[in-house]
Design a protein around this ligand. Structure first.
Ligand SMILES: C[S@@+](CC[C@H](N)C(=O)[O-])C[C@H]1O[C@@H](n2cnc3c(N)ncnc32)[C@H](O)[C@@H]1O
Length: 385
């Protein structure tokens, strides 16, 4: 879709076409629908309307009920922040007293919408004129006030009362990269903004030693997926490492806790990936009154029943033999069948181990295979939640 076609889509004729496409049963083939609609409408407009309808359906998982009213390009939807994650950031900014945000590289405006919904005054800057027009259209589709300018963030003056927010793109458009030198706008420029009261969203794989001094980081997971690291500039004076699990927004911060070790207790706890990336497994262990099974492995053990959302609890049913031959016999004796194997710190490939064990029993089972104080051990466990 080019800019002219998008602008056409916003006209009354374009809106009627979009509404007509939305009313079609979802299983209608794009080819049949396109052929039919092209008899009365320009081809590019029909293609754009059908694409928007498909993207709206796809966007619901990320953007919730707003999705049906918004406009996208496939790549910009891919890059957009999930609504609960954007809301979490925006509400923190508001609670910290921010009033106005300039979103430097706003894409189609998912973060911009969340900032405005949290009560902040918003201005978006976007280098791609089509995305800038879409972001403007999206604010207006939701009846939200805000300004969007097509332009280069690097050339944009930022006023004193504006908080700068940057969610940079990966320069080559590819997925989960960890290198900061692949970001655009460039990392050196973002790092300079972070001297003050700026906020930046970066990839969760960011190395701890790449974080500028005084900058705080919040690793955020949403429904179990680790989605981002949010950097809070030195000007906010909250330089801690934090991990937050959405949607509950339960959070844990660095306190310099030394990891304790503990022999297997009633539960094995698998920390949320945000906790692991933030390096806060010891802090979680302290919170649940537990210890690490092994100094190098991110499994905790405790007697505390499941609490909170920063980890998944597995109750140990029984320890089983670690060696494959004896394990196979133990599975047979207990009539254990379909296996889920969770492993950490041991040199096994779950699919290969399952093929070797050939479990034939009727009872589905989960095994945790891991190292405890340096030695391989296997536990039959019951996921608690
Ligand atoms: C990851 S996307 C932002 C997504 C947005 N936060 C959202 O949730 O919808 C990054 C955006 O930055 C834009 N961008 C990259 N370099 C820029 C620059 N120098 N000036 C303005 N925008 C830029 C890209 O075109 C892209 O749309």
């Amino acid at each position: 879709m080019d800019l002219a076609t998008f602008e056409h889509l916003l006209t009354p004729a374009g809106q009627r076409l979009l509404a007509a496409v939305a009313e079609e049963p979802p299983d209608t083939s794009d080819l049949a629908l396109g052929t039919r609609l092209r008899r009365e409408h320009p081809g590019e407009l029909v293609a754009a309307a059908i694409t928007q309808q498909r993207l709206r359906a796809k966007a619901v998982a990320k953007l919730g009920p707003d999705a049906a009213h918004l406009y996208y390009t496939p790549d910009a939807l891919e890059q957009a922040t999930r609504a609960p994650v954007a809301r979490h950031r925006a509400e923190q900014l508001r609670d910290l007293g921010a009033r106005t945000v300039v979103d430097l590289g706003c894409g189609i405006g998912a973060d911009l919408i969340a900032f405005a919904r949290a009560g902040l005054t918003v201005r978006g800057i976007e280098i791609d004129p089509l995305r800038a027009a879409i972001a403007r259209g999206n604010l207006s589709a939701l009846g939200i006030d805000g300004q969007v300018e097509a332009g280069d963030a690097l050339e944009t003056p930022i006023s004193e009362d504006e908080v700068a927010f940057v969610d940079p793109a990966r320069r080559d458009g590819s997925g989960r990269l960890t290198r900061l030198d692949q970001l655009t706008p460039p990392w050196e420029w973002i790092a300079r903004l972070l001297d003050g009261r700026a906020v930046a969203k970066v990839m969760p794989g960011i190395a701890h030693d790449a974080i500028p001094p005084g900058v705080g980081v919040e690793w955020v997971s949403d429904r179990g997926d680790l989605v981002e690291a949010c950097l809070w500039g030195a000007g906010w004076e909250r330089p801690e490492r934090r991990a937050t699990s959405l949607p509950s927004a339960e959070s844990i911060s660095s306190r310099g806790v030394q990891a304790r070790l503990a022999p297997p207790r009633r539960f094995i706890v698998e920390p949320d990936d945000a906790v692991i990336r933030a390096g806060l497994v010891a802090e979680l262990g302290e919170r649940i009154d537990g210890g690490l099974l092994d100094p190098k492995i991110a499994y905790l053990t405790c007697d505390t029943p499941p609490s909170g959302n920063l980890g998944r609890w597995f109750e140990i049913v029984e320890e089983l033999p670690f060696r494959a031959k004896s394990l196979r016999a133990a599975l047979r004796e207990r009539n254990l069948g379909t296996l889920t194997i969770k492993k950490r710190g041991v040199d096994i490939v779950p699919e290969r181990l399952i093929a070797q064990l050939k479990p034939t029993g009727d009872i589905p089972a989960t095994l945790v295979v891991t190292r405890v104080a340096g030695k391989g051990r296997a536990f039959w466990v019951r996921p608690v939640r």
